[in-house]
Design a binder for this molecule. Structure first.
Ligand code: AMP
Length: 114
């Protein structure tokens, strides 16, 4: 079972921000900005690349609820999903990073800076 499925089951602790029947938002264990929350579907999908569009519809609505609760919508935030090896995905369970609470800077650094 993947690490995020274990979080869904409560086998690994997490700081929950918002939860409903199908989705879960919790704090990233290694935050990169003041706000760094991960949003996942409770059902396992490896990545955005394989998720059914109907799940994404509910996910969009849920992310709006999370960003409203965190009062991020007025100033904005960054929403990222990494996909696969080249995308830098480390956890193979679809997740969106909501990053904000302060300016987040440039999206992707130049290749030579990486
Ligand atoms: P990605 O590179 O897009 O797969 O991002 C995986 C994210 O999961 C990273 O930002 C990690 O800090 C985060 N992460 C890994 N394990 C945990 C955990 N147990 N609880 C919360 N966040 C985690």
């Amino acid at each position: 079972m993947c690490i995020f499925c274990k979080i869904v089951k409560g086998e690994i602790p997490s700081k929950i921000v918002l939860e409903d029947e199908n989705f879960l938002a919790f704090n990233d264990i290694n935050p990169t900005r003041k706000v760094h929350v991960l949003v996942i579907p409770k059902e396992h999908y490896d990545s955005f690349d394989v998720v059914p569009p109907k799940i994404m519809s509910g996910m969009t609505e849920f992310i709006h609820k999370v960003t409203s609760k965190l009062e991020l919508r007025e100033k904005g935030y960054r929403l990222i999903t990494n996909i696969g090896e080249h995308g830098g995905q480390e956890v193979p369970h679809l997740h969106f990073h909501i990053i904000g609470g302060e300016p987040v800077g440039r999206l992707v650094r130049d290749k030579q800076e990486n």
